[in-house]
Design a protein around this ligand. Structure first.
Ligand SMILES: *Cc1c(COP(=O)(O)O)cnc(C)c1O
Length: 488
């Protein structure tokens, strides 16, 4: 037998890792758009391994084959770069994780790693669980975490039902997340992490991230931020001190709307009061290789590739959609049937000045259109219709261009009534503390021309003046069109 021996593979693996790290370092110095377009996939790699394919390959294979038992052993003990089995890793997934880690740490020399997941909810689960382990020396000891109450409805349920009700892990709710004293008053020695969503969906809650990060670190615990609404094109929480970012990649990152996915992006050497050195050193890699391997919530390669395609143009899309949202928000703010518009971009919003500190279009100062840092506030807003729940439903039902769907982050404008959809299950009390009244419509402005979106809102709001909206929906789908001409 002429076995090469396990060390042969380990050394080859080391050379490959060094090469990849070098390539990533070079890419890290590029501008945001360049990173978004190319990510960590290189021409060299394409020529050597992927038949020159200019686009990242989609490996739908469940598993990887090995040259011999030595290579298999080296791979399965994580001593060489490997993906072995798609529940654990996959080349297509690797490219998505690589680009997200670079984008979330853009403009800093912070190192981060990413674990892509099957949904935003599994990203939140994967990010929180490693901190909620029982204390082996004192298994009966209570556990808590401190998190804002203005969170996505699914997050509310995961925290309130799956963690608190079912497992007695206390969710200490911050009612006014921009009150640092309130955060601090809830922390004790049993607190495992701080968690916030900003801007929140749909309430546009926002807080001084740097101060909350400092507070977390004062108590030796990590800060986790759900940054889905902002995306790295507008805000990068890790640069402001956060330890972990979770993304519902489903949303703006995959604005075309192809499927559900999520991601956890974490700085290396994060802060935690859990005695787990491996976890703290490289959280993203840790959850990928261990808990997520065992729990199995990772992403499918097809979702990874579809998302990569959308990420390439993230910055310019967010700029366009943010500008359109501003125009729509101003229109609604001056409309007689509107009680209140919640959008951080409006000067009337109480957190506008604070939001300006954090929500900045990345690289706008290097963009010849702007040549300075410009604020952009994303494409999620909400508005409250005068006259209560029924009026809001009438307006909602009158929409003809804007989609009625429980979705956001789309290239197509989408609206929902959170109280009867995304935030229904948290109940009246849960909605009250999160300030989600039944007359609130959440609107996500897409990339259409804003005048057409305004025209749609205008005709829908005219319902309240007694103007009837013509029901233009045909009885049959265009996909099944027939023609008299073809009838024989
Ligand atoms: C949608 C959403 C989630 C959940 O993501 P899924 O991909 O639907 O599982 C989490 N946080 C925010 C802010 C969201 O909008």
């Amino acid at each position: 037998m002429n076995s090469k021996g396990i060390n042969h593979y380990i050394e080859a693996g080391k050379r490959a890792t060094d090469w990849h790290n070098e390539y990533k370092k070079k890419t890290k110095n590029c501008k945001f758009d360049t990173i978004a377009v190319h990510g960590v996939y290189s021409m060299q790699e394409a020529l050597d391994f992927n038949q020159g394919s200019t686009i990242e390959p989609m490996y739908m294979s469940s598993s990887q084959g090995f040259r011999d038992s030595d290579e298999m052993e080296a791979a399965l003990s994580y001593q060489i770069p490997t993906w072995c089995y798609s529940r654990i890793g996959n080349p297509s997934v690797y490219y998505l994780e690589g680009v997200l880690a670079l984008l979330e740490t853009y403009g800093t020399d912070i190192e981060a790693s990413c674990c892509a997941t099957s949904s935003g909810m599994s990203a939140i689960f994967s990010a929180c669980e490693p901190f909620l382990v029982v204390d082996k020396n004192d298994p009966g000891k209570p556990i808590n975490f401190v998190a804002g109450c203005q969170v996505y409805g699914g997050t509310f349920q995961q925290f309130a039902v799956r963690k608190e009700e079912e497992r007695n892990i206390e969710w200490r709710k911050v009612i006014n997340s921009n009150n640092i004293e309130e955060w601090e008053s809830l922390i004790d020695e049993n607190t495992r992490f701080l968690y916030g969503e900003m801007p929140s969906n749909p309430g546009q809650a926002f807080f001084d991230l740097e101060k909350v990060a400092q507070l977390a670190h004062k108590y030796g615990i990590p800060l986790i931020i759900d940054s889905t609404v902002a995306t790295p094109a507008l805000m990068r929480p890790i640069a402001h001190g956060a330890d972990i970012v979770v993304q519902s990649v489903t949303k703006t990152l995959t604005s075309s709307g192809f499927g559900i996915s999520g991601a956890v992006i974490a700085r290396k050497n994060l802060t935690s009061n859990i005695d787990n050195p491996e976890m703290k050193a490289d959280f993203g890699m840790y959850i990928k290789a261990l808990p997520n391997r065992d729990n199995g919530p990772n992403i499918s390669p097809i979702n990874a590739i579809l998302t990569l395609n959308d990420i390439r143009t993230l910055r310019s899309k967010i700029d366009l959609m943010s500008r359109s949202t501003m125009k729509v928000a101003k229109f609604l703010e001056s409309h007689p049937h509107i009680e209140q518009v919640d959008y951080l971009g409006l000067a009337s919003h109480p957190l506008h000045d604070l939001a300006k500190k954090y929500l900045v279009l990345v690289d706008s100062e290097h963009d010849e259109l702007y040549n300075e840092k410009v604020n952009r506030f994303g494409h999620l807003m909400s508005f409250r219709v005068k006259g209560g729940a029924q009026s809001a439903r009438d307006v909602f039902d009158g929409l003809q261009r804007i989609w009625r769907a429980t979705d956001l982050g789309r290239i197509k404008s989408v609206a929902t009534i959170p109280a009867i959809s995304t935030h229904q299950q948290q109940g009246e009390e849960g909605r009250k503390i999160a300030d989600i009244p039944p007359n609130l419509i959440r609107l996500n402005v897409g990339a259409e021309h804003p005048d057409d979106i305004i025209a749609d809102l205008e005709q829908a709001l005219a319902v309240l003046d007694g103007k009837k909206v013509a029901n233009t929906a045909p009885e049959y789908s265009a996909g099944g069109a027939s023609s008299a001409r073809l009838r024989r």
